[in-house]
Design a protein around this ligand. Structure first.
Ligand code: SDX
Length: 392
């Protein structure tokens, strides 16, 4: 093999690309989208503005934002035949599996391979998926809940429309709840992009073969599903529930998390890049107190989460390994207070990450990145003669 191949499992020390979209500083716990701090965006922007910012690089002015939203609304109908695919799933199907299948199926109903040399065609594909993905998310939720599907309402804001499609009770008037809308809007902003994480790298590498945008996103959804990645937000709540049902003894679970022979990990803790507090976790922890207070919701797992965090931050094993709460540690507590079932938590993560995946896919294609094809170090058998079956 020509040249030296260095193996870097999990790409811990490998950069895959240059990107102008998101900046992370793991030591300082800094996160910026196109140069704007996550703290500013979470406080002052709304999710649709952040979608525009991530994808096109600038915060939109009033006209640009209005046109963006109008162009999205114009694409919000999902082909009736897509419901037949949804009907094919049992109600017990995990919504992430439903979502990735429906997203792939969109390919069958829409021009999948985007002619990226045409900015106009690229724009059309982008507004199409920003319009249809929330419908698929709402459909996955209503399928899980055994509720009739709801359609969007063009008079509503982008995130409010998602809330309506997910939560409107059959045969009841839709009632606006600004607390739910604002909380979800902030959570979606906090999940919108995170440089070259596992699912974004998946979207990029699938897109590098010039697979279409929707097919690349479907691959990203599958990567996000893993409990080490986006699936952690569901695993955190299941862990906290388990601790609560087991008498709330956090010390026992801290010991398990440090026991090398025990596969148990403190879900929602640790991060490949952040060796300090995940800035998103700080914002979500504060929002959890506010949202539960505003909604008048008492959730015992919030106290368990805070107890666990306090213990971990004082524990030498965790301090030595710079393990802090990450974005997934508190987000599930807010989703639950908003009435979102646990199995839908990672779907909500995918909904938030959609603009980041799109922005990264678009950047990769516009920069004409080569197809992703790493090498390996071969450790298998040397050359050997074929054996007939009766000699094996
Ligand atoms: C997300 O990449 C991103 O940006 C992802 C994300 C995004 O926005 O896209 O931020 C979203 O995925 C957040 C992470 C959600 N996952 C979890 O909360 C699952 C629990 N955390 C981990 O499994 C782990 O911390 C990872 C996967 C997040 C990071 O893993 P790394 O970087 O590969 O680190 P590692 O597994 O090599 O761990 C280093 C050490 C090990 O101990 P030693 O072998 O050195 O003695 O820290 C220990 C690990 O055993 N460790 C943990 C731990 N996480 C790491 N020990 C107990 N509990 C944990 N949670």
């Amino acid at each position: 093999q020509s040249g030296i191949i260095t193996i870097d499992p999990g790409y811990k020390n490998t950069g895959s690309c240059e990107s102008a979209i998101t900046y992370l500083d793991g030591e300082e716990g800094i996160l910026r989208y196109r140069g704007y701090s996550i703290e500013d965006l979470a406080e002052k922007a709304d999710f649709l503005e952040v979608c525009y910012l991530l994808i096109f690089g600038e915060l939109p002015n009033k006209e640009q934002l209005h046109k963006f939203h109008e162009d999205i609304k114009a694409q919000s109908i999902v082909a009736e035949d897509m419901k037949k695919i949804l009907d094919g799933f049992p109600q017990s199907a995990h919504p992430m599996g439903v979502l990735s299948s429906l997203t792939s199926a969109l390919v069958a109903f829409n021009a999948s391979s985007v002619n990226v040399s045409s900015e106009e065609e690229m724009y059309k594909a982008i507004v199409k998926i920003l319009a249809k993905f929330p419908v698929l998310v709402a459909w996955a939720h209503r399928k899980k809940e055994g509720l009739p599907l709801e359609y969007g309402d063009d008079s509503l804001g982008y995130v409010e429309n998602i809330v309506k499609m997910m939560f409107k009770k059959p045969n009841k008037e839709y009632k606006k709840n600004p607390i739910v809308i604002n909380a979800l809007d902030k959570l979606l902003i906090l999940h919108a992009d995170h440089e070259q994480n596992c699912s974004t790298s998946t979207v990029r590498i699938v897109g590098s073969s010039h697979a279409g945008l929707f097919a690349s996103l479907s691959a990203g959804i599958s990567a996000l599903w893993g409990p080490l990645h986006g699936g952690a937000n569901q695993a955190v709540i299941e862990m906290l529930e388990g601790i609560k049902n087991d008498g709330g003894d956090t010390k026992k679970y801290m010991a398990k998390a440090k026991d090398k022979n025990d596969p148990f990990r403190l879900m929602g803790f640790g991060h490949r890049v952040y060796k300090n507090f995940d800035p998103r976790a700080r914002i979500i922890k504060k929002a959890a107190d506010e949202v539960l207070g505003d909604l008048g919701v008492e959730d015992p797992v919030l106290d368990i989460a805070k107890g666990l965090e306090k213990e971990a931050l004082e524990d030498q094993y965790f301090v030595d390994r710079k393990l802090y709460p990450n974005v997934d540690f508190y987000s599930g507590i807010i989703y639950r207070a908003l009435g979102i079932p646990t199995e839908m938590f990672t779907v909500m993560f995918a909904l938030g990450r959609l603009p980041g995946w799109i922005a990264q896919w678009r950047e990769m294609r516009l920069r004409k990145e080569p197809i992703g094809r790493p090498r390996q170090v071969y450790i298998g058998e040397n050359l050997r003669p074929f054996l007939d079956i009766d000699k094996r």
